[in-house]
Design a protein around this ligand. Structure first.
Ligand SMILES: Cc1ncc(COP(=O)(O)O)c(C=O)c1O
Length: 380
């Protein structure tokens, strides 16, 4: 089955006796055992039919063997980090969602004895140089948040294999419809299911998807032990979102491309980050590993005053944190997603007071462009 069909029919196991087209939502926290042997489901923290159905769908569309659904992307990542014991060293991309950086630095490093090096992973030599006897994993976000930097997943996977390291890839920005890191050699894929997978800004969710059953077994153990699993009703909402993932992503990609090129032509915009620009040095990598360019764009305006004017002046774009939903959002990373990063580090990476990130939604693209134009109308 192709991915559009998998999004609807990957798992047929939850059909009920009434012929419901929509899968039932099993809200039950616990399940009766019909004999002294334990039934398939016993307690919903361990496993729940509605959540399992969603996990089967996500495993299928990421071309993995098993997926685990969590109560947020951060819950997924926090649970996966339990795979590493005190003294483990991890090499990670230096452009990451601020919350992931906060977890790595302020929890995993400070409290749990892991150590991290953050590097530009586009240049894979940077990774190889840092591998030591304690290195256990490489962690990538590609494209990254918020600078949209791309890393060659297959090339890093071969470094990981050679050195017996796990490769973990956060695939939130492109979704499984546009990129499948496991197919390029990654071991674990992370998603904030809050974003494109659910797609309607109405649920928090996260996923870890794996290929190897021995890694799956460990994550299952930490998942049931830590207990940050996704509720049955939220599982239903994400499942419903996934049914329209392909068609949403197609429109989002189309809209984003037009907006990115429009932004690039505006005199008040000094820089646009969009992975679909063919003159980018990583464009050949994107063409190899992704089936589209997604809906994320970040850009720098010529002044902080203009950036604030745009944030205050938009009417369709909403000034809000998050991404990947049907509604277009504009985010001020400096004050929102990356507010916890030390100012010096932010400045160095260009996450300054002139820098904005947009998540393009499903509105008419002419209306979206007009919205951006009118927000800074008297300045052009
Ligand atoms: C790339 C990326 N990964 C992970 C997360 C965390 O996901 P959640 O907000 O669902 O915990 C985010 C949130 O914005 C993100 O952008």
């Amino acid at each position: 089955m192709k991915i559009e069909t998998l999004c609807l029919h990957a798992d047929q196991n939850l059909k009920d006796e009434w012929g419901s087209i929509t899968e039932p939502v099993y809200l039950s926290a616990t399940f009766v055992h019909s004999s002294t042997s334990i039934s398939t489901y016993s307690y919903s923290r361990l496993s729940n039919p509605t959540r399992k159905h969603l996990e089967n769908t996500v495993a299928a569309i990421e071309y993995g063997s098993e997926a685990f659904a969590f109560s947020s992307g951060m819950a997924a990542l926090s649970t996966v980090m339990k795979l590493f014991s005190v003294g483990s060293h991890i090499i990670a991309s230096n452009d990451l969602y601020g919350g992931s950086l906060r977890l790595f630095r302020n929890v995993n490093a400070q409290l749990e004895g892991l150590s991290f090096d953050f590097v530009d992973t586009f240049n894979t030599d940077n990774i190889e140089k840092l591998i030591n006897a304690n290195t256990k994993a490489i962690y990538l976000e590609t494209p990254s948040n918020p600078l949209l930097l791309v890393t060659d997943i297959a090339e890093v996977a071969s470094i990981a294999k050679k050195n017996n390291l796990l490769l973990i890839v956060d695939n939130t920005f492109l979704s499984p419809y546009l990129q499948n890191p496991l197919s390029h050699g990654a071991d674990i894929v992370i998603h904030s299911g809050t974003k494109y997978l659910s797609g309607h800004n109405d649920v928090l969710a996260g996923f870890a998807v794996v290929k190897d059953p021995s890694i799956a077994e460990k994550i299952a153990y930490y998942s049931k032990t830590i207990g940050a699993c996704l509720s049955p009703f939220d599982s239903f909402l994400v499942e419903r979102g996934i049914k329209t993932l392909p068609i949403r992503m197609d429109r989002i990609c189309e809209n984003a491309k037009k907006i990115a090129y429009w932004l690039r032509d505006q005199p008040f915009v000094t820089k646009v980050n969009y992975i679909g620009f063919s003159d980018r040095k990583d464009y050949p990598i994107t063409l190899r590993q992704s089936r589209g360019f997604g809906g994320m764009i970040s850009f720098e305006l010529s002044s902080a005053r203009l950036a604030r004017k745009l944030l205050e002046g938009v009417r369709l774009f909403q000034y809000a944190e998050s991404l990947g939903g049907v509604d277009s959002l504009v985010t001020y990373p400096m004050a929102q997603t990356h507010a916890d990063l030390p100012e010096k580090e932010r400045e160095l990476r260009g996450i300054n007071d002139r820098f904005l990130r947009i998540s393009v939604g499903l509105e008419n693209v002419e209306d979206l462009i007009e919205d951006l134009r009118q927000a800074i109308e008297n300045e052009i």
